[in-house]
Design a binder for this molecule. Structure first.
Ligand code: AMP
Ligand code: MG
Length: 422
């Protein structure tokens, strides 16, 4: 395993020969993030956005019975075999939810509505536009029909006994509907991942307080709240902690006892007292403390007691970048999802991008059509790690890998829409 760095890298993005590659850092995190075992049983709607802890086996066929795909007339297919236009006796009506009780014999048919059970003796439905009503009880079947048409087979959507959902699936609206169609009213889901977080910095001022000279508002805790809420975790906000070794040791201990994951922001700069690194190394184990990444180089990862610990840099953009690239995959895996799903796809870049060698850069982009209507990605402009407006104006990351050089307009780049990282 990678040896912990001594000392702390600065929040500037200059090179650090001891920095781990982006891929190696992700791999270490992946190996430290086995699925948490705990689960709970919830009513169907409460399971929205939760992760399945069980396989779902269909207890019934969907649809439960053979039914009509159209409004029309149910009859036996042999009535359609001849060349002529048979005239049939209408012996009743089949409604969705109110089946026709009798059987359809030779020379007979039943008026049928969409979704209604196909009556005994029938195996085809002629749509009403292909039938001519002669009187109350007689219809003429017009040409152009074939036996077996307009029938939905029982179990056509889902077959009884079939595995419909595997454990590790996140439940969305389609899954809620699918489970409801099977009559399933409750299910076992993974317990939510518990995340505790705090900001550090003597310069930080909380909302509602006037800014004293040299202070800034603490934005990171609010950004983190938003990102965690979107991931569906349980959230424990431990507040702003001063740059004080005792206070930081105490909050780390408290966080690790209460949560599965502890996240801090700030306290990563050289020159500033290095309490986060010291306190976490003393309470637990640091697995790496520098990644060849811009922004986010001083990202520190380790364990404190049974919790994973992420020390994110203080710069607001670095917080978001390191959260989505490193914390989110861990949250998904701990939460029992089958994979960490960090999608990226190639897209033509409409801007020139500067890129330094030997590090991964996560720049901010905007997706929009070029003058000919083709979707392109453009730089948001200024890429400073304190420029949070670049995240607000942007709608995607542009990932430039370690081996990538500068980008010319017209080159392909890897893009990650923020929408897909929720
Ligand atoms: P640090 O890692 O503590 O040296 O912080 C790096 C930069 O991020 C400094 O400019 C800090 O003022 C800023 N910063 C740190 N924490 C926060 C926070 N919670 N909200 C906004 N900015 C922060
Ligand atoms: Mg600080």
């Amino acid at each position: 395993m990678h040896q912990p760095e001594t000392g702390s890298p600065s929040c500037q993005d200059e090179k650090d020969p001891g920095a781990l590659s982006y891929a190696a850092a992700q791999e270490i995190i992946r190996r430290q993030s086995p699925p948490l075992p705990a689960s709970e049983t919830l009513p169907l709607r409460s399971a929205l956005r939760r992760v399945l802890a069980q396989a779902v086996i269909a207890p019934v066929n969907v649809p439960a019975h053979r039914n009509s795909a159209m409004d029309g007339y149910a009859l036996a297919g042999r009535e359609l075999a001849g060349q002529g236009e048979p005239v049939l006796r209408v012996i009743g009506t089949a409604w969705a939810g109110k089946p026709f009780a009798g059987a359809v014999g030779a020379g007979e048919c039943v008026r049928i509505m969409t979704g209604a059970k196909i009556p005994e003796g029938a195996d085809s439905v002629v749509i009403q536009e292909r039938a001519q009503v002669l009187d109350e009880t007689l219809v003429r079947i017009l040409p152009g029909n074939s036996p077996g048409q307009n029938i939905r087979a029982a179990g056509e959507d889902i077959r009884e006994g079939q595995t419909v959902l595997e454990p590790g699936r996140r439940i969305g609206p389609a899954q809620i509907g699918l489970l409801a169609s099977l009559g399933i009213a409750e299910l076992r889901v993974k317990r939510r991942v518990r995340v505790a977080f705090f900001s550090t910095g003597d310069e930080l001022c909380s909302l509602g307080q006037p800014l004293a000279e040299g202070q800034i508002y603490d934005s990171n805790r609010h950004t983190l709240y938003g990102m965690l809420a979107e991931q569906g975790t349980e959230i424990l906000d431990l507040g702003v902690i001063p740059d004080d070794r005792g206070a930081i040791t105490q909050v780390l201990r408290e966080g690790a006892a209460a949560a599965d994951v502890v996240i801090s922001t700030g306290g990563a700069s050289v020159g500033e007292a290095d309490y986060i690194a010291e306190a976490s190394a003393q309470l637990g184990e640091i697995l790496f403390s520098s990644v060849a990444l811009k922004p986010g180089r001083p990202l520190t990862f380790g364990r404190i007691a049974d919790a994973l610990f992420f020390a994110l840099p203080g710069n607001p953009v670095a917080v978001m970048v390191t959260f989505y690239q490193f914390v989110r995959p861990a949250l998904r895996l701990l939460g029992g999802e089958a994979d960490s799903f960090t999608p990226r796809f190639p897209l033509v870049c409409g801007s020139r991008l500067r890129k330094a060698a030997n590090r991964t850069e996560v720049q901010r982009g905007v997706l929009k059509p070029d003058p000919s209507g083709e979707l392109r990605v453009y730089s948001t402009g200024h890429q400073g790690s304190g420029v949070l407006s670049s995240m607000s104006e942007g709608d995607c990351f542009i990932i430039l890998d370690e081996s990538d050089g500068p980008v010319d307009s017209g080159d392909l780049v890897a893009v990650q829409p923020f929408e897909l990282l929720r």
